[in-house]
Design a protein around this ligand. Structure first.
Ligand code: HDE
Length: 713
């Protein structure tokens, strides 16, 4: 029987552009006549096993989820390109870095580490920053994070670290948070993590946007040139929009208001044509300088201060296309630090060495097949020819009878490539050593760079670290763990430890005569090397702070401003601000007690973007209240008070013109306002261009930390 209930919605003309008529079909290509009813023995009878259409549909549905990534499950990605601005053929023969203007397609995935796939974007956590370069010589993956160091020095501790960090196994609590006993128990016994802990407790771990994060390759890699000379290299991504964060109270509120905040921010920016951009930089260390520094280049808990080795910019990455399908692209992309091209090679960093095993192994269970390289997002754009055959979900139909090498039956094809023909050959490092499970003494300094990082921070940033540690350790229930942590913190900075202790109602223990070793357990010290604090040749570095970060500028491009309005709002004021923001590449959004539109003072109408129910200060970078007629009602509105109070508490710019200052003066923070607060822009004038410019200039200073109670100084 014909079953075309949806006939009235048919518009076949829309579906013909790709040459198909887009009928609904089974996976076998059979056109479906009825997709709404299963096959039954009579309209009120039981369903029939014979219904291959129903079974195919349900079977596919049953298997729609694949295992999420064990770490970095929550992520978002985008397509783009990498362009060389400063070729470095003298350092590397990598084909994609040879010529100015040369472009390579990329796909980049950002992620949190700890939380599951549906967890909040705003967790306190490191962020994955993984870039797949589709080069003419094969896939190159730079699988980094937004922090230049890592928690541990040896791959063998990674499962322990992740077990301790993830929700506790008996309760599966807490989700996407390090603030619990097992994490801090482990950390308190792993002094090598102290440098990373400083970064994780800083605002770096709560970025404003994926677009406003630096990225780091973390490990030292090698570059190899045509003459087969090698130098060591650290990779850096520097964001064009500067490096910015939110504050912790804001992060927690965003998690409730919009847990997709970073995902949406990336999607919207690209959708609106604000393509995020980073510069790729390299710190190059000549092979001869391998042992020159007070830290070991192979130790992933150490960075190379930019004061010792400056970053040279080699190119830029622009992300300009959202994925068409989240699952097919962002979820199925498979990164691997072992995906390198000729001209790039590994160092012996023991964490990197372990990663080289892990990533293929994990794809086998996550994507389910050794053929994961055939999934479109993972495919090399350079041709793939080898004798690896068959396996689950094989896509390629290999022809012929020769599937081995060497062969004569296929004329020896596919051939091995000589180095001169682009064949990959590993750098022939001389290794003359004992087989050992030891760790080099040069890895022993666990506090020197933790101090360097802490000392580089501004007072406001140090205060945020104190606050973060009070929060995290405040959630720890076992007193002994808190005390052990205070002991470790005191080796970074005594005052830091004391300030944290004050919040915990505890005292800092005396530093142990023999500090904790690599991976000691309280009863049984396993390590045979002592931790030390080595004097650093650089005392403080601006590149390590966010406030003084050299990537920062006054740009407010792509920032969002909440414009709080009521009936009778001055359209002139709104337009003045909106236009000024647009010129600065930022955007104003109208927020009002209801959706729909507002009747303006000028008897016009302006559309409302959000009501107070669906918007909140934490989702915006600044707040503006324009002049208007119904300002008393706004001043008395609890939602408006909360909105403004949060903006003030989170040190954001707040502006009002004409009579609208009365709304600010009615807000709970009014009594605390300091006349020197440059983030409060109030004027009696209406809709003046100067006011809008002052507001924008203040936004360019990002946050006004002077409003906060400083917990460090
Ligand atoms: Fe990873 N890591 N990792 N990692 N990692 C994974 O691979 C692993 C490490 C990083 O968007 C997994 O496909 C080990 C450092 C990113 O898909 C897994 C060790 C750094 C991503 C894995 C490390 C990273 C991953 C999980 C210690 C910063 C997400 C799913 C030896 C330089 C990439 C997957 C994406 C993902 C293992 C340490 C970055 C299990 C064993 C250090 C950005 O293979």
């Amino acid at each position: 029987m014909e079953n075309l209930q949806d006939d009235k919605h048919r518009d076949l003309s829309k579906n013909k552009s790709d040459g198909t008529n887009k009928f609904l079909t089974t996976d076998q290509g059979v056109k479906i006549n009825d997709d709404n009813n299963s096959l039954k023995a009579g309209e009120r009878g039981p369903s029939l096993l014979e219904d291959f259409i129903l079974r195919e549909k349900i079977t596919h549905f049953d298997h729609e989820r694949i295992p999420e990534r064990i770490v970095h499950a929550r992520g978002s990605g985008a397509h783009g390109f990498f362009e060389v601005t400063n070729p470095i053929p003298e350092l590397t023969k990598a084909g994609f870095l040879q010529e100015k203007g040369q472009k390579t397609p990329v796909f980049t995935r950002f992620s949190t580490v700890a939380g599951g796939q549906g967890s909040t974007d705003l967790a306190r956590d490191a962020r994955g920053f993984a870039v797949k370069f589709y080069t003419q010589e094969g896939i190159y993956d730079l699988v980094g994070i937004n922090i230049p160091v890592f928690f541990i020095q040896d791959a063998s501790k990674f499962p322990d670290l992740v077990h301790a960090l993830k929700p506790e196994p008996n309760t599966e609590i807490p989700q996407a948070s390090s603030a619990h006993d097992t994490f801090w128990d482990f950390i308190s016994l792993m002094p090598e993590s102290m440098h990373m802990i400083m970064w994780i407790m800083s605002d770096r771990a709560i970025p404003r946007s994926y677009r406003m994060m630096e990225g780091f390759g973390v490990h030292t890699f090698r570059l190899i040139n045509e003459a087969n000379e090698s130098s060591f290299v650290k990779f850096h991504w520097k964001p064009k929009l500067g490096t910015h964060a939110v504050v912790w109270d804001e992060a927690q509120k965003i998690s409730g208001k919009n847990s997709d905040f970073h995902r949406q921010d990336l999607w919207d920016a690209i959708d609106m044509g604000n393509f995020p951009e980073w510069e790729l930089g390299v710190q190059v260390i000549p092979a001869a300088d391998e042992n020159k520094y007070e830290f070991d280049l192979l130790d992933p808990t150490k960075l190379v201060p930019e004061e010792l080795v400056p970053v040279t910019i080699v190119g830029r990455m622009v992300l300009n296309k959202n994925p068409d399908n989240f699952f097919a692209e962002t979820e199925q992309i498979a990164f691997h630090p072992g995906h390198v091209v000729p001209g790039i090679d590994f160092s012996n960093d023991p964490l990197l060495q372990g990663r080289l095993f892990s990533y293929t192994d994990t794809q086998l269970s996550r994507l389910g097949s050794p053929n994961f390289h055939e999934i479109p997002i993972n495919r090399s754009i350079s041709p793939v020819h080898n004798n690896q055959r068959d396996g689950h979900m094989r896509q390629e139909i290999n022809t012929g009878r020769v599937n081995y090498h060497p062969n004569s039956l296929a004329g020896g094809c596919p051939f091995q490539a000589k180095v001169s023909e682009g064949g990959f050959s590993s750098f022939e490092e001389r290794i003359d050593s004992h087989k050992t499970r030891g760790r080099s003494e040069s890895f022993n300094d666990h506090f020197g760079q933790a101090k360097l990082f802490f000392n580089s921070q501004t007072d406001a940033e140090k205060s945020h670290i104190v606050r973060a540690l009070r929060f995290e350790l405040g959630k720890v229930e076992t007193t002994a763990i808190r005390v052990r942590m205070l002991g470790l913190l005191s080796q970074v900075d005594q005052k830091l430890a004391e300030q944290v202790a004050k919040g915990l109602g505890a005292t800092v223990p005396p530093v142990l005569e023999r500090p904790l070793n690599h991976g000691v357990s309280p009863e049984n010290e396993m390590g045979d090397q002592e931790s030390q604090t080595r004097e650093q040749s650089v005392a403080a570095s601006d590149a390590l702070t966010m406030v003084k970060n050299p990537t920062n500028s006054a740009t407010i491009a792509s920032r969002k401003v909440a414009i709080i309005c009521n009936e009778g709002v001055s359209e002139a004021c709104v337009n003045n601000m909106k236009n000024a923001l647009l010129k600065a590449d930022a955007k104003g959004f109208i927020i009002a007690p209801h959706l729909g539109s507002l009747l303006t003072q000028e008897n016009g109408a302006i559309p409302v973007d959000f009501s107070f129910l669906t918007a909140s200060s934490v989702l915006f970078d600044a707040v503006y209240v324009p002049d208007g007629e119904e300002l008393n009602a706004l001043a008395e509105n609890d939602d408006v008070s909360e909105f403004l109070n949060d903006a003030y508490k989170h040190c954001k710019v707040i502006g009002a013109d004409g009579q609208a200052s009365k709304v600010i003066n009615a807000a709970p923070f009014a009594s605390k306002i300091n006349n020197d607060d440059d983030g409060l822009i109030l004027t009696n004038e209406k809709g003046s261009a100067d006011f809008a410019q002052e507001f924008i200039a203040a936004m360019g200073k990002h946050r006004f930390w002077e409003r906060e109670v400083n917990l460090y100084n």
